[in-house]
Design a protein around this ligand. Structure first.
Ligand SMILES: [Fe+2]
Ligand SMILES: [Fe+2]
Length: 311
C-alpha cells in the first residue's frame, strides 16, 4: 500500500473534521471568564495609578501552585504561535479552517480567564509575569512535526489531555475554591479538544493504519509539553512533578495509555512492516515510561520521608 500524501490525508479527513466540529459545537458549553474572577478582591497596583505594589504576602496560594499557574498561563499565552502552526498545516478552508479558528478562540478564553484571576487576586508578581510572557512569546513555538498532519494530530491528542490534567490538578493545590472552579472549567474545554483530535486520529487509523501508527510512535518518542520553551522550565516542571500536579506516572497512566487504548493501538490490523515496527516502539516506550515513573515515585517518597524526619 502506498502512503497517502499530506494533501490526500487532509482531504480524506475533512468529512471527519466536519462531523466532529458539529459534535464539538453541540457539546461545548458557553462560559464567561469574568464570572470566574473574584473582582472584589482586587486592588490598584503601583505605577501610574499610585496603588500598592505586589508582594508575595498578598496571596495564600502555595508556591508550587503559583509556579504551575504561571507555566499553564504562559502556555495559553503562546496561542498565536500555535494558531500559526496549525493554520499553516491544516489550512483555513472548509471544516479544517472553521475548527482552527474556533479552537483558537476557545484557547484565548483560557488565557484571559487565568490572567484576570492571577492579577485580581495578586497570586503572582504581575511584573515578572508580563516579562515572562514577553520572553516566551518572543521565542514563539515551533511544532517539531510541522509538515506532518498525522504527527500533529497525535501530538495534540496527548497534549490537550496533558493540559487538562495539569489545569485540574493545579486547581486542587491552590487551596482556593474560586481558582479550582476556574481551572476545572478550563480543563473541561481541554478535554473536548482532546476528544476532537483523538477522534480524527482514530479515523486516520482506519484510513492509513501504518502511517497513523508511525505518527504515534514518533510523537511519543520526543513528546514535550508546549511550555517546554519557558524560562526555567526544567526546574519548574520538577517542582510541578514533585507536587503531583503533572508527573511521569500521570503522563503514562492518565494521558498516554488511555489515548492509546481508544485507538486500539495493540489490536489494529493491516499494518505493513513499518507499522509493526512503530507499534513495537510504542510498546517499548510504555515500558520505559513505567520504569522512569516508578523510579521518580521512589525518589519522591524518599524525599518526603527525609523532609518528614527533618521536621
Ligand atoms: Fe487551553
Ligand atoms: Fe486546548
Amino acid at each position: 500500500m502506498t502512503a497517502l500524501s499530506q494533501t490526500a490525508l487532509l482531504t480524506e479527513l475533512e468529512p471527519v473534521v466536519a462531523k466532529n466540529l458539529d459534535r464539538h459545537l453541540s457539546v461545548a458549553k458557553e462560559w464567561f471568564p469574568h464570572e470566574y474572577v473574584p473582582w472584589s478582591e482586587g486592588r490598584t497596583f503601583d505605577g501610574p495609578l499610585g496603588g500598592q505594589p505586589w508582594s508575595p504576602q498578598d496571596s495564600t496560594v502555595p508556591e508550587v501552585a503559583r509556579t504551575a499557574l504561571i507555566v499553564n498561563l504562559l502556555t495559553e499565552d503562546n496561542l498565536p504561535s500555535y494558531h500559526h502552526e496549525i493554520a499553516t498545516l491544516f489550512g483555513r478552508d472548509g471544516a479544517w479552517g472553521t475548527w482552527v479558528h474556533r479552537w483558537t478562540a476557545e484557547e484565548g478564553r483560557h488565557g484571559t480567564a487565568i490572567r484576570d484571576y492571577l492579577t485580581v487576586t495578586r497570586a503572582v508578581d504581575p511584573v515578572a509575569l508580563e516579562r515572562a510572557r514577553m520572553t516566551h512569546m518572543s521565542a514563539g513555538y515551533q511544532n517539531v512535526h510541522d509538515d506532518e498532519v498525522l504527527h500533529s494530530l497525535a501530538y495534540v491528542s496527548f497534549q490537550e489531555l496533558a493540559t487538562r490534567i495539569s489545569h485540574r490538578n493545579t486547581g486542587r493545590v491552590t487551596g482556593d475554591p474560586a481558582c479550582e472552579a476556574l481551572l476545572a472549567r478550563v480543563a473541561a474545554d481541554e478535554n473536548l479538544h482532546m476528544v476532537f483530535y483523538r477522534n480524527l486520529l482514530a479515523a486516520a487509523f482506519d484510513l492509513a493504519p501504518s502511517q497513523a501508527m508511525r505518527a504515534v510512535a514518533d510523537v511519543l518518542a520526543d513528546f514535550q509539553m508546549p511550555g517546554a520553551g519557558i524560562d526555567g522550565f526544567a526546574r519548574k516542571s520538577v517542582a510541578i512533578a514533585l507536587a503531583g500536579i503533572y508527573d511521569l506516572r500521570q503522563h503514562r497512566d492518565e494521558v498516554v495509555v488511555p489515548v492509546l487504548r481508544q485507538w486500539d493501538v495493540f489490536t489494529v490490523t493491516g499494518l505493513d512492516g513499518d507499522g509493526e515496527a512503530a507499534r513495537d516502539e510504542i510498546a517499548g516506550h510504555l515500558d520505559d515510561l513505567e520504569r522512569h515513573a516508578s523510579r521518580f515515585e521512589e525518589k519522591r517518597d524518599a524525599r518526603a520521608a527525609r523532609l518528614a524526619t527533618r521536621a
